[in-house]
Design a binder for this molecule. Structure first.
Ligand SMILES: Nc1ncnc2c1ncn2[C@@H]1O[C@H](COP(=O)(O)OP(=O)(O)OP(=O)(O)O)[C@@H](O)[C@H]1O
Ligand SMILES: [Mg+2]
Length: 285
């Protein structure tokens, strides 16, 4: 299983939208068995995947999603003491090769407790190792801060993708985040690959956006060849609990997210598979 952290200390840069759309594209278009991990107590990804309502109502949707227990990543990680719930018992099947480990606000308390644990940076890594044979790709949606949940994601991951807006304020934060990645590589996870910066809310017609991209390159920050523009369709799709490429298939941002999945599949040399449904996806009982 290849684990990719989707991270940036800054809020509102499109981390959750990227996790959902990239994960769904790798699952549905590239036939990868994808586990999304919502590592943010805000639980935006959980809601975007339509799981929160199920938690509240206990209903199933279309016979494919079924939340067996009202647990989240919080109970799997545990806090000051190890978690008592197995990750495989928390994972929800979203259909078409896509699964999610949901989050809720309890994750915030769990994160505080983690500080007291020995090996506190390795808790998520150990938990993910229990399902390594069940999935091809794991995407971890990080919270917008440099706390222990983000550090756990960067410790568990083989690579990190950083969605960022092309603004001067974001560049300063990005340089700090790039330093954090270097520290993790130096001290905890030497294998961690910095895939690069995914420009979000990007418009090539704006001179100030072009200037920021040039400034990023000058500062030595790797910028992906694919960028995501601003579109209300992306937000609408999230509200409708769908990736944008099923919500508005031929919209430019749908195509950009599909191009991102193609780039990631090539960059990580993911084994080629047929589209979702062509592989056995009965893995979480
Ligand atoms: N390309 C886009 N165009 C327009 N709106 C977008 C786009 N991407 C994301 N959004 C919207 O912008 C808001 C922030 O996006 P998102 O939640 O993905 O950011 P985030 O980095 O995960 O935020 P946080 O740091 O709070 O976790 C959301 O309402 C989302 O629907
Ligand atoms: Mg988010």
């Amino acid at each position: 299983m290849q684990t990719i952290a989707i991270a940036n200390h800054k809020g509102g840069t499109g981390k959750t939208a990227t996790t959902h759309n990239l994960g769904a594209a790798l699952a549905r278009e590239h036939g990868q068995r994808v586990l999304l991990v919502d590592a943010d107590p805000q639980a935006s990804l959980t809601g975007t995947c339509g799981v929160q309502d199920e938690m509240a109502s206990g209903e199933t949707t279309g016979g494919t999603r079924f939340l067996k227990q009202v647990f989240s990543l919080a109970e799997v990680l545990g806090g000051a003491k190890p978690g008592q719930v197995a990750l495989k018992d928390v994972v929800v099947d979203l259909g078409d090769n896509l699964w999610i480990c949901p989050s809720d606000t309890a994750l915030s308390t769990a994160e505080e407790g983690l500080a007291a644990r020995l090996q506190r940076e390795y808790v998520l890594k150990k938990v993910l190792a229990t399902v390594a044979q069940d999935f091809d790709v794991c995407l971890v949606d990080c919270p917008p801060d440099p706390g222990l949940l983000t550090i756990n994601a960067l410790t568990a991951a083989q690579s990190v993708l950083v969605p960022a807006q092309p603004t001067a304020q974001d560049l300063r934060g990005l340089l700090l985040f790039a330093e954090s990645i270097k520290s993790i590589q130096a001290e905890i996870n030497p294998e961690l690959i910095f895939l690069g910066i995914l420009l979000t809310f990007y418009d090539a017609r704006f001179r100030h956006h072009q200037a920021e991209v040039e400034a990023m390159a000058k500062a030595g920050l790797p910028v992906l060849p694919v960028a995501i523009g601003r579109s209300v369709r992306v937000a609408e799709a999230a509200g409708a609990c769908q990736p944008v490429f099923t919500y508005a298939r031929h919209h430019p941002e749908a195509e950009h997210y599909l191009a991102l999945a193609q780039w990631v599949a090539e960059r990580l040399a993911l084994p080629r598979k047929g589209p979702a449904g062509a592989v056995d996806n009965q893995i979480v009982g």
